[in-house]
Design a protein around this ligand. Sequence first.
Ligand code: GLN
Ligand code: ZN
Length: 757
Amino acid sequence: MSTTIIGFPRIGENRELKFQTEKYFRNEITESQILSFSKALRKKHWRILKETQIEAIPSNDFSLYDQTLDTAFLLNIIPAEVANLDLTPLEKYFALARGYQGAKGDVKARPMKKWFNTNYHYLVPKFEKNTQIKVTGSKIFDEYQEACELGIQTRPVLIGPFTLLQLAEYADNTSAKDFVDSLVDGYQDILRKLEALGAQWIQLDEPSLVKDLNTEEKQLFCNIYQRLTENKAINILVQTYFGDVRDVYQELIALNIDGIGLDFVEGRQNLSLVKQGFPADKTLFAGVVNGKNIWRNDYQKTLDIIKQIPAQNIVLNTSCSLLHVPYSVKNEVFAENIKAHFAFALEKLAELTDLAQLVKGENPQVLASNQALFTNERVVRDEKVHQKLAQLTEADFTRPDTFEVREQIQKAKFQLPLLPTTTIGSFPQTKEVKQTRAKYKRNEISKTQYHDYLATRTKEWLKWQEEIGLDILVHGEFERNDMVEYFGQNLNGYLFSKNGWVQSYGTRGVKPPIIWGDISRAQPITVYWSKFAQAQTKKYVKGMLTGPVTILNWSFPREDISLKESTLQLALAIQEEVLDLEANGIEIIQIDEAALREKLPLRQSDWYTQYLDWAIPAFRLVHSKVKPTTQIHTHMCYSEFTDIIPAIEQMDADVISFEASRSNLTILDELQAQHFKTQVGPGVYDIHSPRIPSVEEIEQTIKQILAKVPIEKVWINPDCGLKTRGEKETKASLVHLVQAAKNCRGSESYGQTKSIL
Ligand code: GLN
Ligand code: ZN
């Protein structure tokens, strides 16, 4: 029984890769400096793997930005607009990742998409008519040799050809089929080159195999791999993760490949699939240590799974790349009895070694100490929370009045003009705002000073919103560091790591808080600032909350209770906050579900039975008890919900705003076709760019919206919060937004409604 991992976090123990790369972006270090820095980092990581006795060590799992981009770049899948720039290869690489604007041209960054069901984002490869696939890069070979020079034999890792084709975008009326031949040639060339260098294995990552596959896709996969394995130079491991391979298991085991990597953590059906039989001539890379979560492995449970696997050759593996967990627990300051329950990347290496020894019957004492972590209750149950959950009935998930009734009541009450204008919540978190918070945290300014600073900013922006004529105001969220951490800090049951960074994309990371125990509201969270803001103005100020599904999806969840149960606990806590806001005179409350789509199962057949069936009710639980006169808004960050429109409607919000400006408002056709009844604010300009949209441009967008959605349903707002924007462009854009809305209201309709002032 040997051990391996799919990939190691590449950002470094203290995110040093991020800081060095950003220095390179700012021209503070040279190309050769960033390259030699990353070489040293790889060396350090390989040494660690060696020292922790991981037997089969991967290479090329390192990336300066993203592994999908690396694979496309290696194979010359580089859109012409970048290929033609007079830049060095590394500059072209980063031009794809971040765009290039300078003396040699002006190109936009390639779009990014969420990597399966994680919060990591990959760069979408683009195939064009003139794409000439050939091996032009050398990273995979260089890194293999680098490790050889250290005396370490590695297994190079690459995104597999099937997944690469599935994730790509196709221009000029091309499709995946047009590139299969040349792509297979390219991969074969890579295999031969690796063989010549002395490599014995290659790992081809094929996570697309865990999605629902239709006949055509299955054929594409078989076709690629039959051809790829005809004259095989080295051993091929087809590695899957994030789910099970039920649609292609038979095909996979029949292929002329040498290893199959399966995820036994998230892959619900993988165990029963291998029980049907696993070929004696292949090695099973068994993903038994969770690569996505931060809890200790339950050795006994894992040993029970391993025992049931009939394969003759098993390599113990992580369930996915360790890219998705932080580096090490050893840098954290949790009490020892808490720390004992966590395994970040480094600790997971040790777990693999422990498990391999236990399978061989060695080192039995580690089993006993591991079992102790699971036999005693880790957390004290919060009986009150459990009682509340047990008492929930259908009525707790339903607003007593129907949407239609509420809509009438609210129209009469709020007396808003047609096309009411608002924003999504946050205003620019300038350097000054962040520095003031940092000073307060370091005790350099007092609580009162910090409070007064926030109060001044909030008042200023409220006054400004009144001046430019926005209809529904926001307080600006100046007091919040982050839309999840701010809430977590006010909830019982949460823990926060010091250094638990996980790569989100490129040089960006997130530090997800940890759900440790039962959740309840420790104290009012947003009431103070909402009340404060409402007291400054006669206009309505929206209360601003993060919803339970988003809080869960951006945290490390518990494994001892279900995601559903944790989400319902969060929902009860946020419900208390909603009712508290209402009791304190806040009559419009927005509950953000920015990340609702994030944990949507990869298989469509699981959407309503494994996720939406509890995620949507959890959202309703939050707002079901408010009066019909209280208007509930929600906000979603992606407009990619064309396929779950009925579920969005079932959230039963009164108003939803979302990001539509970048997706060319295509969602509107679907909203129209499905007679969407919730009022909508489809984001009239893109806040992810510093560009200031003109009044005419916004008017055009509004007209496009009005062509599809009845005017009484439409709200006018930017497509997301403004915290990452500068003050100048924010103000200019919003002045244009208000003007555009007024122009579109038209003279008659404008006169029909009274302002609430
Ligand atoms: N209310 C939040 C804000 O305006 C929403 C952020 C988000 O959707 N990511 O910043
Ligand atoms: Zn958003």
